[in-house]
Design a protein around this ligand. Structure first.
Ligand code: MG
Length: 161
């Protein structure tokens, strides 16, 4: 395939429970509940990884990091992102940009966005390539009832020179 740019989409959701940390974009966000999952349940980073893998035609994170694998229990998702970006590079791809929308009723994440972007860049996303925004559920659905959070992401990648 000689396509020079490709796009991918990612979506993820996790249940909110008591007694778990809330990790978003590698940031520990102070909150009364956290996301449930095998890894740190970083829904934002999961959606981003799926968008990148999808763009490269490399499946999804469930294929590369199965939650049946004890190595991934409690894994830091930003470390998995670093592995995803290494995989893309080995396949001859680099990210151009990613746009991420977190669906969360609470808490407000605006104060944490810069730290999230920093973490994703430290994991290998190019500087200035990641945009993170959030929207509320307005009381509707599982997001609005604060039963969980979801995240959508799109990523554009290009052929390495
Ligand atoms: Mg997930």
């Amino acid at each position: 395939m000689n396509d020079q740019i490709r796009v991918g989409i990612g979506y993820d959701s996790h249940r909110l429970v008591r007694g778990r940390r809330l990790v978003l974009g590698g940031v520990d966000v102070p909150h009364g509940t956290g996301l449930q999952g095998h890894s740190d349940a970083d829904v934002l980073t999961h959606a981003l990884m799926d968008a990148l893998l999808g763009a490269a035609g490399l499946g999804d994170i469930g294929r590369h990091f199965p939650d049946t694998d004890p190595r991934h229990k409690g894994a830091h998702s930003v470390d998995l992102l670093r592995e995803v970006l290494a995989l893309l590079e080995s396949e001859g791809w680099e990210p151009v940009n990613a746009d991420v929308t977190l669906l969360a009723e609470r808490p407000r994440i605006a104060d944490h966005v810069d730290d999230m972007v920093h973490n994703l860049e430290m994991a290998g996303m190019p500087a200035g390539s990641v945009n993170i925004k959030a929207t509320r559920g307005e009381g509707m659905g599982f997001v609005g009832r604060q039963e969980g959070m979801a995240c959508m992401a799109v990523a554009l990648i290009r052929r390495l020179e």
